[in-house]
Design a binder for this molecule. Structure first.
Ligand code: HEC
Length: 159
């Protein structure tokens, strides 16, 4: 075969090999980006950090004893609120149990935590905050709350 018939980039075997490697690297890169976009695995420990250190869900959702200390054995199991509004307004005087997220599916909990509303448009009454967690953060929070019986130690170091 005359040399000019090969064009400017003759596909020798080593070149073909390198082209294959480049394609494989490109595909791996695309796969990694897609995974990052779709989301990592939910991380219950990070969820615990968000619940206990950032959003302070226990302030309303965990009962306290007469000294104002959290009752460890009833961590996040719902509580009557120890405060009330000073003007008439929509108000729920009791914060429901959230340990295990009873009565809520994952899609409902995700909608609630990322938009402040349930998929049917219902919004919990104040003073439940209308959280706008990012989706990965909300998944972490859900993973933490769904853990079987949260360890009582959580209550001790949440303060
Ligand atoms: C300032 C008090 C307060 C804080 C902080 C708070 N909540 Fe609530 N939450 C409430 C009250 C009160 C209700 C009951 C609202 C109702 O009955 O309409 C509620 C309801 C809920 C519900 C039930 C929704 C339903 O109707 O099924 C979930 C789930 C929930 N909260 C999760 C959380 C999580 C998770 C956090 C922390 C990220 C949190 N809450 C922080 C007060 C609070």
């Amino acid at each position: 075969m005359p040399p000019h018939a090969q064009g400017p980039f003759p596909m020798t075997l080593p070149r073909l090999f390198h082209a294959g490697l480049a394609t494989a690297a490109l595909l791996a890169g695309i796969a990694a980006c897609t995974l990052a976009a779709v989301g990592r695995e939910a991380d219950p420990e990070r969820g615990r950090y968000l619940v206990e250190r950032v959003a302070l869900c226990a302030d309303c959702h965990s009962p306290r004893d007469e000294q104002g200390r959290f009752v460890a054995a009833r961590w996040l199991q719902g509580a009557p609120l120890p405060f009330a509004p000073t003007v008439p307004m929509p108000w729920a005087p009791v914060a429901k149990p959230i340990a295990g997220l009873p009565g809520l599916g994952d899609a409902e909990a995700l909608a609630l935590l990322t938009t402040g509303a349930l998929p049917d448009g219902r919004r919990p009454l104040p003073p439940m905050p209308e959280y706008r967690f990012s989706e990965p953060d909300a998944r972490d929070v859900i993973a933490y709350l769904r853990r079987p019986a949260p360890p009582a130690a959580d209550a001790a170091d949440a303060r």
